[in-house]
Design a protein around this ligand. Structure first.
Ligand code: ATP
Ligand code: MG
Ligand code: MG
Length: 557
């Protein structure tokens, strides 16, 4: 489709610029929690936040939302930083951390206490839940709600000094226990966690809750448009309550957009971590993972991911996106940019009986049929060749129409070797089990760039020289799940829907000579086979090559 997808955030920003709201400035932020690797859903948020800032001459901050030290780590921070850089975005100034603001957040909590708007509550988590009520019933005031300012100040200080056990008490905002919005029923703002923090070490044993930290961090950084996903819509009144009730330096506004969900995919760090931890995949960057690092290893380009995010647009309605759209985005990009090459994935030996042993002949082929700037590649032909097993059949099937005609090699028939000669198969060699192990063929020396005289080849197939080709292991990937909505059923674990054929390894593949020493992440279109990319598991003896995507959408019917 050519219609430009909507981005309602851009419409809001254009109105704000026109009205000089926030003095016409645009400051966004991308606020990942470093508790896992980024996935394609995060890419949507990255493209939105960084892309919006770029578009309106603003800036975008990178802020680690690090208020849950138990689940966070430096490894995750490092991976997130490198994923954002790889996508090609630059953040404004230094990397920021919510934990850099812990002193200020503590001071603001004290401010709320002094204003009579926060109190230390000793209800246990279970009791607190009970007192909260539910959607149809108002909550009850905590018996600790009316503690004096002095008592609260002293208790909060003692919380900070580590005098209480986890869960013994918490600091809560004093708002309204009968508010229809549950988030306003005296929400917790600080809890005790005797856990060291990856940034602040042992300095704190109380940590702010997301809702208390997020908006205030936005205010400190003078964020103008704080973009988050729709599940935070109900938190917005609380976001605004803190901004109104604290002496913050700016008044950021929160806007919500719909999460990206892809079919045949899970996009939840927790679930993806489960796949890593239980060994379903090799790592967070396993090429089957919808993580940014997994997509990268699979062969996706930053450009394809950015184009995909543009294609899906930004709205407030939750819709599941077809993973075929993501695949189409990488196909489009690689069709334009990937050099062509030949690789035989399941080799069958071909001997050209009328070619001398030791004969070597090189053909120059364009690296790309539509882009001369990619130059030429040299492909070497010798007496011993390899072709794809499935490109040979002893007896041609009877074709009902010309579309079903056998276009490959058959016994007694001719086929063109891509870019080289026409060969004819004269004899089939079989092992003791009747398996075909070799084809004895002759080549027609008059067919280099010329049609043969007096006969017609079935079609064109790819091939490599046995001696000159490069050994490689080809890894064919398919969708990780067989169900369109793998985590949609409450009764069945999403892991029940894993595709047992999501990885097929072809250990004996051979690629044309030009791939020798190919750098990790080099991308190719292997003619007739799909788009491929060199994996970091490659060694000097053997390339490891991932299939990024097939040439055509094999799932579409
Ligand atoms: P997960 O459930 O996978 O842990 P999260 O929302 O908790 O996701 P964060 O690290 O908090 O992960 O996310 C950073 C930013 O990315 C947030 O602004 C969040 O709203 C956004 N984000 C996360 N998942 C998606 C998604 N599927 N689609 C769009 N934005 C997302
Ligand atoms: Mg989050
Ligand atoms: Mg999360």
């Amino acid at each position: 489709s050519t219609a430009k997808p909507t981005n309602f955030i851009h419409q809001i920003i254009e109105a704000d610029i026109e009205n000089q709201t926030h003095q016409g400035k645009v400051v966004t932020r991308f606020p990942p929690e470093p508790n896992g690797y980024l996935h394609i859903g995060h890419a949507k948020s990255i493209c939105l936040n960084f892309g919006t800032a770029e578009k309106y001459n603003g800036v975008c901050n990178l802020r680690f939302d690090d208020t849950n030290p138990e689940k966070e780590s430096q490894e995750y921070i490092d991976s997130i930083v490198s994923d954002i850089e790889w996508l090609g975005y630059t953040w404004n100034g230094d990397i920021r951390y919510t934990s850099l603001y812990f002193d200020q957040l503590y001071a603001w909590a004290v401010h709320l206490i002094k204003e009579g708007k926060a109190y230390v509550c000793d209800l246990s988590p279970e009791q607190a839940r009970e007192y909260r009520g539910n959607f149809s019933e108002p909550g009850k005031n905590s018996p600790y709600r009316d503690r004096s300012v002095e008592e609260n100040l002293a208790l909060f200080e003692r919380m900070k000094n580590g005098e209480f056990a986890e869960g013994a008490c918490a600091l809560r905002a004093k708002i309204d226990m009968s508010a229809p919005n549950m988030n306003l029923r005296d929400p917790m703002i600080y809890r005790i966690l005797h856990v060291p923090h990856h940034q602040t070490g042992d300095k704190w044993c109380i940590y702010p809750i997301y809702d208390f930290a997020h908006g205030q961090s936005d205010a400190i950084e003078e964020i103008t448009h704080s973009l988050c996903t729709l599940e935070f819509e109900d938190h917005r009144p609380l976001y605004d309550w803190f901004i109104e009730n604290l002496p913050v330096p700016a008044t950021p506004k929160q806007y919500e957009f719909s999460r990206l969900e892809l079919n045949y995919t899970v996009t939840s760090k927790r679930k993806l971590k489960q796949l890593v931890d239980n060994g379903t995949v090799s790592s967070w960057n396993d090429p089957r993972m919808p993580t940014i690092s997994g997509l990268r290893r699979r062969g996706y380009t930053p450009n394809s991911i950015r184009n995909f995010c543009d294609m899906i647009g930004v709205t407030r309605s939750n819709a599941v996106v077809d993973v075929g759209m993501l695949e189409a985005a990488i196909r489009d990009d690689l069709d334009k940019t990937a050099p062509r090459a030949m690789c035989v994935t399941r080799p069958l030996k071909v001997t050209l009986t009328n070619m001398d042993e030791g004969h070597e002949e090189w053909f120059e082929l364009p690296a790309h049929p539509k882009d001369e700037s990619l130059g030429v590649r040299r492909v070497g032909l010798t007496r011993n060749l390899l072709i794809e097993q499935e490109d040979f059949i002893e007896v041609k099937p009877v074709a009902k129409n010309k579309h079903e005609r056998w276009k490959r090699l058959a016994l007694g028939d001719a086929v063109r070797l891509r870019g080289a000669y026409v060969i004819t198969c004269n004899e089939v060699v079989k092992d003791s089990h009747g398996e075909i192990i070799e084809l004895l063929c002759t080549y027609d020396p008059d067919t280099k760039g010329e049609n043969p005289v007096g006969y017609k080849p079935n079609g064109v197939i790819h091939w490599v020289s046995d001696e000159l080709s490069v050994p490689c292991e080809v890894r064919l990937y398919d969708r990780l799940f067989t169900e369109a909505n793998p985590d949609g059923d409450k009764e069945v674990e999403f892991t029940e829907h894993l595709n047992s054929e999501s990885l097929v390894v072809l250990p004996n593949a051979r690629a044309e000579a030009g791939l020798r020493g190919a750098a990790v992440e080099s991308r190719y279109q292997f003619e007739r086979m799909g788009y491929f990319c060199v994996d970091p598991d490659s060694t000097s003896e053997q390339l490891v090559i991932n299939r990024t995507v097939t040439l055509r959408d094999s799932w579409a019917k």
